[in-house]
Design a protein around this ligand. Structure first.
Ligand SMILES: [Zn+2]
Length: 299
């Protein structure tokens, strides 16, 4: 399962990594129940039906203590998962081992095992979704650093010290500009009428395609902010590739080529040793596959 800020995604995956069934549920609906875990188990029971779970993987937003199978900190909806071992509860319920890992790490691992990440040994995976997720695969291993959240904080590098304050405590974080919530914040300030649309992000990118001058101005800032964040991450990790995923990449046809040009002008590279920028290939399946095939599960 993949527990995100907006949706819960469930997948039934066979031993070869084929997604046999996939469903999406609204987190808002689940959180409206008095007990989130009870609501989650009801959902799972319905989804699994007569199938038997032989092992389960949980991809979750937030900082994850995978050794104890729990979410240890989160600043928003995921706080419902703090303070108890979700893996222990699910393992007891389904009589099968469960593991949990940060959603960006699961996304990166899914792409590494089954997607575009197979081409690379060392890469950063950055998900442009409700927030910005980040994970680093270092020579075929997920990077953890000194604490369980090592590698996931790429969305919280500052790209403007005069920017707004982020919930994480830092100022002008990358995700305050280039995530879905970041773009919504900026549209609220500069093009508030856009927020009336059913999907303001899609409407915004459509208006850029249609040549709207105001949208183009906001878009140019978005592109430069995105490049600034990526250049910082490339210079920190020296990855062979950056793999970009998340809902905002659904509109990448209008920014990916230009983004590559700006990044290649600004990131430190030696001729012939450039960092590739790739679009993720698995979409919603990436975190599900990553969670199901975490290295721990295969051992
Ligand atoms: Zn932050």
């Amino acid at each position: 399962m993949d527990i995100g800020g907006t949706n819960l995604k469930l997948g039934l995956i066979n031993d070869e990594g084929k997604v046999e069934k996939h469903e999406i549920y609204s987190m808002e609906d689940l959180l409206s129940h008095s007990n989130f875990i009870d609501a989650l188990i009801l959902c799972l029971n319905k989804f699994v039906g007569q199938n038997k779970i032989t092992c389960g993987g949980v991809s979750s937003k937030g900082f994850i203590d995978s050794a104890n199978g729990e979410v240890i900190d989160d600043v928003s909806l995921g706080k419902e998962l703090r303070g108890f071992s979700i893996c222990q509860i699910l393992s007891d319920k389904y009589k099968a081992p469960f593991n949990i890992e940060n959603d960006a790490k699961c996304y990166a691992w899914g792409e590494y095992k089954f997607g575009i990440g197979k081409k690379y040994k060392t890469f950063c995976c950055i998900t442009l979704g409700t927030g910005i997720g980040c994970a680093y695969v270092d020579s075929g291993n997920l990077f953890f650093g000194g604490y369980p959240w090592g590698g996931v904080l790429g969305g919280h590098v500052s790209i403007d010290r005069n920017g707004p304050k982020c919930d994480c405590g830092n100022i002008g974080c990358f995700e305050m500009y280039c995530s879905k919530n970041g773009i919504l914040r900026i549209l609220g300030e500069s093009m508030p009428s856009m927020l009336a649309s059913p999907d303001p992000i899609i409407s915004f990118f459509s208006s850029v395609r249609d040549g709207n001058i105001n949208s183009k101005e906001v878009f140019n800032d978005f592109l430069r902010n995105l490049a600034t964040g990526l250049v910082t991450i490339i210079n920190l990790y020296s990855p062979n590739a950056i793999i970009l995923g998340g809902g905002i990449m659904n509109s990448s046809d209008i920014f990916l080529n230009e983004l590559k040009e700006i990044v290649s002008e600004r990131a430190f590279v030696v001729s012939g040793l450039e960092c590739s920028i790739e679009k993720a290939t698995l979409g919603n399946y990436a975190p599900l596959l990553g969670a199901a095939f975490l290295p721990k599960m295969e051992n």
